[in-house]
Design a protein around this ligand. Structure first.
Ligand code: 13P
Length: 251
């Protein structure tokens, strides 16, 4: 049995007051049988860790440096995130890959750094519209996944989460259909199973890309969809909580 996870990726939205209110509202009503993770912008982590004291909702960051320490102006180390109460960190989000040029190798390095700092990486994988239209979805996902598997080893996935986020579905309102998402999730699980059936059976694979309160239940009902990585709908407590609720009933 895989405990569902619903994570909110706020991206670079909102300001401190919104962050406080949203976090408090979510913490108050988050269902107990789903792992709920909030990934606010870096500067708010310390304040929100206090808001979340003695609450079951966890904190995650949206990115981390691929190095532990040193002269890397503007970067933030995994250990620093852990000090501020983070338990999770997104790694290889498509916006990091496409807008900030993160390569598969860099993503794999970040994945390892996250684990070395005691954080659970949420490894984001996904194909662009052009790659899907060219029939390359599985090849792209395999390449992105293999970069991490070959560097970290399959056992590393016992303390990690995978998120499938088709780039064409992010922020566009175009959700993958439950069948389209399930097909890619099953592909990811099967690829992990080639190296370890036990690890594959336990690893949680989240779907992200225009998940909303009204489409969450049908996506989460699929056997290989173990939760969601939510962008826009995580900025509204009611919408996000409705998605969390859909994850409990999908179990
Ligand atoms: P949207 O839910 O806004 O499409 O964003 C998805 C996402 O990128 C979450 O990481």
């Amino acid at each position: 049995m895989r405990t569902p996870i619903v994570a909110g990726n706020w991206k670079m939205h909102g300001r401190l007051e919104m962050a406080r209110t949203l976090t408090a509202d979510i913490a108050l009503s988050a269902p107990a049988d789903v792992e709920v993770v909030l990934c606010p912008p870096y500067p708010y982590l310390g304040v929100l860790a206090e808001v979340l004291e003695n609450r079951s909702v966890a904190l995650g960051a949206q990115n981390l440096a691929s190095e532990a320490e040193g002269a890397y102006t503007g970067e933030v180390a995994g250990e620093m995130l852990a000090e501020f109460g983070c338990r999770y960190v997104l790694v290889g989000h498509s916006e990091r890959r496409s807008l900030f040029g993160e390569t598969d190798d860099e993503v794999a390095a970040k994945f390892c750094r996250a684990q070395a700092a005691g954080l659970q990486p949420v490894l984001c994988l996904g194909e662009s519209q052009a790659e899907r239209e060219a029939g390359d979805t599985e090849a792209v996902i395999a390449r992105q996944l293999d970069a991490v598997l070959s560097r970290a080893g399959v056992a590393a996935l016992t303390t990690a989460v995978i998120a499938y986020e088709p780039v064409w579905a992010i922020g566009t309102g175009l959700t993958a259909s439950p069948a389209q998402a399930q097909a890619v999730h099953a592909f990811i699980r099967a690829r992990v199973a080639q190296q370890s059936p036990e690890v594959a059976a336990g690893v949680r694979i989240l779907y992200g890309g225009s998940v909303k309160a009204d489409n969450a239940a049908s996506l989460l009902a699929e056997p290989d969809i173990d939760g969601g990585l939510i962008g826009g709908a995580s900025l509204d407590a009611d919408s996000f909580l409705a998605i969390c609720q859909a994850a409990t009933t999908a179990q």
